[in-house]
Design a protein around this ligand. Structure first.
Ligand SMILES: Cc1cc2nc3c(=O)[nH]c(=O)nc-3n(C[C@H](O)[C@H](O)[C@H](O)COP(=O)(O)OP(=O)(O)OC[C@H]3O[C@@H](n4cnc5c(N)ncnc54)[C@H](O)[C@@H]3O)c2cc1C
Length: 379
């Protein structure tokens, strides 16, 4: 089968690996507009369960990925200068660039052709020339816009702004930090992803963003301003920019996931708010599900139907949980009157996927602390 993949992010590369592994005779090309070492962002996070899925799908890349990992089991919530730790969560972080290098290497070893610096504008020409075209071209997918009539995307630009920085201050857990100043409330999502660096994503509502005057502020001044807001948390370290810019989160859904020989996966197909740290996980698990569909049948139309039928429910569940979480952060200001322990509890249970019982089992000291701070909450 001739497979053309648009986009060499985690979704496109991982699908290429799994298909080539399943059948060496597949002719697979990945078209990537950037070079092998260019990427945006800092680190990404995976849960323990995702790692088990990656191991089952391809032990070789799994071994490489876990060699590079920084692992932790706590979520820390920082509010009014107090830090509450909730243990019993299994997460790991890796630099996005590191992850991509591992996947690029593995794909090339297996015989996948990766065409770097190759931006595809004429997607129809590519589509006509292959048996299967995979649209793994990210959140602003060209393929999705080109065939908008067929895919019927639903795009929702959310009001909050966020910016993706790094820092050499190490956050030894998934740390959610809330700071207020005269402009409003800022939330930071941070975690270390190697021995020297942490991801540091800052989010605020549009009112706070306007009040702070970010619209007309230079990149350097913005970096300084945000660094000042989180000075108590950065321990003298600077925030690091990687051409970082404020953006609005784009929520992506598609009514149809494929037509004829074209299928969407990863961020091109769906997005989930970064506060549940699932974008890369979902992109790679899409690749696993799609490759498994081709194990069931070599017929493209049947495989794409199978993929949609088996994967849609999982994606809808994740998007529903991520939506709750996103709305929580959009309304963060309304929770700032809570004490640190109350805020931590509300935050942990915000998406409905973690319950009181889960926490009691996984983090009994946290529940003990929560209940002893107000005996009325004892269930
Ligand atoms: C602030 C922020 C924080 C995040 N944090 C996390 C996290 O902690 N954990 C997590 O799992 N995920 C996280 N994500 C999400 C994650 O980055 C994405 O969900 C994930 O990268 C999706 O993978 P993908 O392969 O679908 O798309 P992408 O990684 O976006 O890859 C798409 C690729 O396609 C290429 N491309 C696009 N158009 C063309 C074209 N026309 N021709 C050729 N190439 C093209 C692009 O250059 C890119 O390399 C975060 C995202 C953001 C914005």
């Amino acid at each position: 089968m001739k497979i053309d993949i648009i986009g060499g992010g985690p979704a496109g590369l991982y699908f290429a690996i799994l298909m080539k592994k399943a059948r060496a005779s597949h002719q697979i090309t990945v078209y990537e507009r950037n070079g092998p070492d260019d990427t945006f962002g800092w680190g990404v996070v995976f849960s323990g369960k995702t790692l088990a899925n990656l191991r089952a799908a391809d032990e070789v890349s799994h071994a490489e990925i876990t060699k590079e990992f920084e692992a932790w089991d706590n979520v820390d919530v920082v509010h009014r200068d107090a830090k509450i730790s909730i243990h019993g969560n299994s997460f790991s972080g890796i630099a996005r660039l590191q992850l991509l290098k591992i996947l690029q290497r593995r794909a090339e070893e297996l015989g996948v052709e990766i065409d770097f610096y190759s931006e595809i504008y004429n997607v129809e020409a590519v589509r006509q020339d292959c048996d299967l075209m995979l649209a793994a071209d990210g959140v602003n997918s060209t393929v999705r816009s080109r065939y908008a009539k067929q895919f019927q995307p639903e795009l929702d630009v959310r009001a909050n702004r966020y910016i993706w920085y790094g820092t050499n201050q190490l956050f030894h857990g998934l740390t959610l930090t809330f700071r207020e100043n005269s402009a409003g409330v800022f939330a930071a999502h941070s975690y270390k992803f190697n021995r020297t660096t942490s991801t540091f994503i800052v989010e605020c509502d549009p009112q706070t963003w306007d009040n702070a005057g970010f619209e007309n502020m230079s990149a350097d001044k913005t970096l300084g301003y945000v660094g000042e807001v989180f000075a108590p948390d950065l321990n003298g370290h600077k925030l690091l920019s990687n051409n970082s810019k404020w953006i609005n989160f784009l929520l992506v859904k598609n009514r149809n996931w494929f037509f004829e020989n074209v299928v969407l996966i990863g961020d091109a197909l769906h997005t989930a708010h970064f506060s549940i740290g699932s974008g890369t996980k979902l992109a790679m698990e899409d690749a696993i599900a799609l490759a498994e569909s081709f194990q069931q049948t070599a017929n493209v139309s049947e495989a794409l139907t199978h993929f949609t039928q088996t994967r849609r429910h999982t994606i809808e569940d994740y998007q529903a949980a991520a939506f709750e979480s996103m709305q929580w952060f959009e309304n963060a200001a309304s929770y700032m009157h809570l004490s640190p322990i109350e805020l931590a509890y509300v935050l942990m249970t915000r998406s409905g996927r973690v319950t009181y019982d889960d926490l009691k089992r996984r983090a009994p000291e946290f529940i003990e602390q929560y209940e002893s701070s107000n005996p009325r909450w004892r269930l």
